[in-house]
Design a protein around this ligand. Structure first.
Ligand code: GCB
Length: 601
């Protein structure tokens, strides 16, 4: 029996219906580039600011074939070339341009970026230019030739460039454009800074010709005894072997590639990932030519009535919303250290949950949060009134959703994919978001789906949640600013909530503004006392909501927003932070911390 058991301990099921690359729903975006050999293309890039897109269009507004991407140099004194990257200004990558150069603080338009690098050709490898994020639209050129474009400011994209690289010197040029447009996602109106630039890292990633492109390794829904998934192999052939091992669990299985994908399943009893013990395992994937290592955690997530169950147990999500804005210096977060400062503050606040608003944060942020035991809500910038009737807008949103799930599907910490934030009710909006929900479920049927609903216009004494979108999601997010945008602070403690849905509700936003260091009466706007009172009375309100499964008040730290001009108070900052942009904690921080540390443990 023991023998049979030990033979059975490690087994592989090669299902008769293998997934093809198309069927996974993902592109070939390389998974876990950190475990790859790569050339970093970070550091200073030469830049040309081009508000009229002179480097792209001629005076008849036709696309030029010798634009700035050619990186031309004067060869004789009579040459006329009206740009020169070599003598131009420079910007740091990763980074936004707004906080690096005073004259670009409000700039929205095109900036050309150029970087030189060295490459040694190896006929056994492929090379990919991989961008972790560029806001918003980018066109990428290598050695003067266009290699592709991307739309969307917060998700990764790549181009295979093996045949376009030269031995020795190469140069890459990126046209970055952050102009807001009505049809974009987000649209023209947003309450955060429209930071432009190559905001996250750029890499030249090398892989063997036949390589592991992507993989998904998780517990199936509601099952803690089976680890299953798939590995997609590029340039392999049917019958190739893929080995998946988890040494700490003494697991080692072989799967076989069919149509580019090897499916596997193994019996295992991992220690489950959870906030108090964020256990991850080293997982090693091998083919005859390639090897990848990742740290993966295993957990289940589901809902039961109005409860959220992590690993089968009811959990209350004590959270905070976070924008990916750098502490102390503003601008986009660009380093692991900056991520850690924000996350340490959330820890100090007593959180087990973070809402990464309003767009996918960097992979570094997600991975650091996972190590620290935060449950994560991750979202795409389907924000406010985007063009729900526009098919291209839908395709764009769907693509951003797909890229977000593709990059982070192996992160146990992420339990909620959020489709949208505060979108106005209409037929078009409903079917737009329902279609996104369907796409998300097709790509990943293990996590919960949510959306933050706008309840500002709801009644004063009793708010009934009946937005029809509530039907499509697993968990209902509610943004409500009692005591700030609607009602007095005293009214909040008496405010009642009811729901048409038997589903968990997360109060995904609640809060008010305060300027750190400004003191006064608790009914005086912008004082720390006022903000503290908003928190006190809203906490009382939340104690009375029996279907409340968690909260993520707005927001950890003051953040830049061009909707916030009030001189000497806002000065271009949304002041709803519990901490100022300089790292100073306001009174409300301690009110929320007390609630988290003393209740719901
Ligand atoms: C909201 C939005 C958030 C804003 C916040 C505010 O409802 O979802 O993006 O920043 O309110 O401060 O008004």
């Amino acid at each position: 029996m023991k023998l049979i058991k030990s033979i059975l301990i490690v087994f592989v099921i090669i299902l008769n219906t293998p997934l093809t690359a198309q069927e996974t729903g993902f592109s070939d975006l390389l998974q876990n580039i950190d475990s790859r050999e790569k050339i970093e293309l970070n550091g200073m890039w030469d830049i040309i600011v081009d508000p009229l897109e002179n480097g792209y269009y001629n005076h008849r507004l036709q696309v030029k074939d010798d634009g700035y991407f050619k990186n031309k140099k004067m060869e004789s004194p009579s040459d006329l070339i009206e740009y020169n990257f070599d003598t131009s200004s420079q910007l740091m990558v990763p980074g936004d341009w707004n906080t690096q150069m005073d004259k670009l603080y409000y700039y929205e338009g095109t900036v050309w970026y150029k970087k030189d690098f060295n490459y040694t050709i190896d006929s056994n490898e492929l090379a990919f230019l991989y961008f972790e994020a560029v806001n918003y639209e980018s066109i990428v050129y290598l050695n003067g030739e266009r290699i592709g474009s991307h739309v969307g400011g917060y998700t990764p994209f790549q181009f295979e460039v093996t045949d376009k690289l030269k031995e020795g010197n190469n140069f890459v040029v990126v046209k970055v454009d952050n102009k807001r447009k009505k049809e974009n996602v987000p649209t023209v109106n947003q309450d955060w800074w429209n930071y432009g630039g190559i905001t996250r890292s750029v890499h030249l990633v090398k892989t063997p010709i036949s390589h592991i492109a992507d993989y998904s390794i998780q517990l199936p829904k509601g099952n803690t005894k089976t680890i299953e998934g798939w590995v997609s192999v590029k340039n392999g052939k049917d019958g190739d072997a893929v080995n998946v091992s988890i040494p700490e669990l003494k697991k080692n299985v072989n799967a076989v590639v069919q149509n580019g994908i090897a499916k596997f399943s193994m019996k295992a009893k991992p220690v489950l990932w959870e906030p108090k013990k964020p256990k991850t395992y080293e997982v090693i994937l091998k083919t005859a030519t390639d090897k990848i290592t990742d740290q993966i955690g295993f957990r289940t997530i589901e809902t039961k009535g109005t409860k959220i169950l992590l690993n089968g147990k009811d959990i209350f999500l004590k959270g905070i919303s976070i924008h990916e804005e750098a502490p102390f210096k503003t601008g986009r977060v660009v380093s692991k250290e900056e991520c850690k400062i924000l996350l340490e503050w959330a820890k100090e606040l007593g959180c087990n949950f973070i809402r990464l608003a309003h767009y996918p944060h960097s992979e570094t942020m997600v991975r650091e949060a996972e190590k620290m035991g935060f449950i994560i809500w991750s979202e795409i910038p389907v924000y406010w009134t985007i063009q729900f009737e526009n098919k291209d807008t839908y395709a764009n949103a769907k693509n951003q959703l797909t890229e977000m799930i593709s990059r982070d599907k192996n992160r146990a910490a992420i339990v909620l994919w959020s489709m949208a934030n505060e979108t106005p009710e209409s037929e078009a909006r409903l079917s737009f978001i329902e279609n996104l929900v369907e796409q998300a479920r097709e790509l990943d049927n293990t996590r919960l789906i949510t959306a933050a609903l706008d309840t500002q216009g709801y009644g004063k004494d009793e708010n009934l949640i009946e937005d029809p979108l509530g039907k499509a999601v697993d968990v209902i997010g509610i943004n409500n600013y009692c005591g700030w945008y609607a009602g007095s602070t005293e009214s909040c403690s008496k405010l009642k909530w009811a729901s048409a849905y038997n589903k968990p509700m997360i109060m995904s936003e609640v809060g008010g503004g305060a300027l750190y260091g400004l003191h006064g009466e608790k009914n005086e706007r912008w004082t720390e006392e006022y903000q503290a009172e908003v928190y006190r009375t809203n906490i009382e309100m939340m104690r009375n909501i029996d279907f409340l499964a968690g909260l993520s008040p707005w927001i950890l730290m003051d953040f830049r927003s061009s909707r916030r001009p009030l001189k000497r108070i806002q000065d271009d900052f949304n002041r709803k932070g519990l901490i100022s942009e300089k790292g100073m904690k306001k009174q409300a921080f301690f009110i929320l911390r007390d609630y988290y540390l003393k209740e719901n443990n």
